[in-house]
Design a protein around this ligand. Sequence first.
Ligand SMILES: Cc1cc2nc3c(=O)[nH]c(=O)nc-3n(C[C@H](O)[C@H](O)[C@H](O)COP(=O)(O)O)c2cc1C
Length: 179
Amino acid sequence: MIEAIKHRRSVRKFQAKPIEDEKLNEILEAARLAPSGNNKQPWFFIVIKNELSKQEVAVATNNQSWIASAPVVIVAVADMCARSQDYAGLFVDEETSSFDVKRIIRDTTIAVTHILLEVDNQGLGACWCGAFTQEGIRPVLGIPEDKFVVAVIPVGYAAEELKAKPRKALEEIIKYERW
Ligand SMILES: Cc1cc2nc3c(=O)[nH]c(=O)nc-3n(C[C@H](O)[C@H](O)[C@H](O)COP(=O)(O)O)c2cc1C
């Protein structure tokens, strides 16, 4: 596992080559098996291959046109209703501060990390893209207002070799026993 963690990069240039269905299924399986609070699994994943939809998602994601060059774009969506049906139809967006919104976003980010690591394990590349608003991206994909879009993830065979970005040293981020 540490090899995949060390090897993963944010890939933003892709070959035109499509992704094999078996590889895509393993990537989605990695998301499905992610842990979540109370095992609520509050997530959906939209798999986009259609060129027009990819382009519209790229525009909604701060006009990052390179996103549409990936053969597959996965959109991770967190679902309030997985925690309670009382949320059905309620509006959520970046201003919503309820604890349950934080919990569904927290859980869905774990699944996104699983996706990124399995992408690398399958010899592919991806990038987590978060530069969108709920208002901008939901209508593009017909996502209801009680769902919260967490990540846009273009996936494909990398067309670039990337060096590791720097990280803080362990001494900067680890405290032993207590703060
Ligand atoms: C929540 C989140 C949002 C991000 N949004 C974008 C984005 O919109 N566009 C982009 O090019 N990269 C985006 N990134 C990728 C980061 O820039 C990248 O992870 C960081 O620079 C470290 O590089 P590495 O992933 O290659 O280690 C995002 C990453 C995260 C975790």
